[in-house]
Design a protein around this ligand. Sequence first.
Ligand code: PMP
Length: 444
Amino acid sequence: MTRLLHRTTRSTPRLAVAARGITIEDSEGRSYIDACGGAAVSCLGHGHPDVLAALHRQADSLAYAHTGFFTTEAAEALGARLVADAPEGIGHAYLVSGGSEAVEAALKLARQYFTERGEPQRRHVIARRQSYHGNTLGALAAGGNEWRRAQFRPLLIETHHIAPCFAYREQHEGESAADYAARAAGELEAKIAELGAENVLAFVAEPVVGATAGAVPPVGDYFKRIREICDRHGVLLILDEVMCGMGRTGTLHACEQEGIAPDLMTVAKGLGGGYQPIGAVLLSQKIYDAIAGGSGFFQHGHTYMGHPMAAAAALAVQEVIARDNLLENVREMGAHLRARLEEVLGDHPKVGDIRGRGLFQGIELVADRATKAPFDPDLKLHARIKAQAMGQGLMCYPMGGTIDGQRGDHVLLAPPFIVTRDDVDEIVARLAKAIDLALAELPS
Ligand code: PMP
């Protein structure tokens, strides 16, 4: 009898006992291709010897020092590396233990920036529907996933949500990409006007939407417009790259492909590749300067922030990615993955959309391709696909997202950056089989 409260009380998960490269093994000797990196975490695969060696070295010299007393070489080196590789204007990094913590810290940095500048009335956070920013209360409030938020709503800070940029679901028939991008971004302008620009703190968005919608990339110049709107109204732009960042889409940061830089950016998952829990907020020099020139103290902090073991792991993960030129593999294998998905599933009667960037690809299942009608949520198709995929020895990340009250079923693929062509072919073959087996379970 398990003494842990797992994600579900209905069953105990399989016991994972070992992992190497792109596979995880359970206690019954079955192995699974990790085609989703857990939740887009394991970017380097499992058991990488260079990361393990770095962890051993760090543990031998210093496992922990509280940041109220010390900084450490590992944390300083990681901070320097993150800033050196960051988008323009980013001057500093703040190290935390995961994605939700990073989002919380980013929201508080945004707020403190304005209080330091004498604009304490700026309090409204705007985000998008069909988004996920974490499960702590501030991050949950920012996110637009109603299924996750509903029962906690009385505890959430007030936030405002606009439509996501989601071409498959929201671009009108005959509407050009440019017109759609302008319309979707225009929602931000309208919301800022409604709230009064002088009261708005920040706009938060994932450049490529992950956990709620299955790798939804933006359209056209959507983010350039968003950047302009934020600048025009003095609103801070927070990009949440916890899932889509750190190389996952083929560039180190997803926003590079949009040609914009944020005021604050959150990264996590791929930063430490799962070897240690770690996340970071990258903050622009102007935010740092406002705090440094004001109270000189960011009113925040966690016991495990800047943890040297986590920093050492992340540093090693990022060094291997750069040394082995793995972002090139993300681009090449990402293109191959997309091509294979299109070949094998593109004409499937229940596959409505295949989308994504790099090794971050989503497949949306629909009951009817012509009308894009989703499956009845009670059928839990995404959960059936996950179970069938596990039966095929494949881990893929399933979701039943929220589309303006409707639910949709998606599968997210986010394999490690070390995948080969053969791995990709095997992943797609197993996924296609799992989808058909899951569909065969549905009442006709
Ligand atoms: N932001 C985004 C975009 C995410 O995808 C996630 C996790 N799925 C989070 C924040 C929260 O990260 P964590 O689970 O590490 O707290």
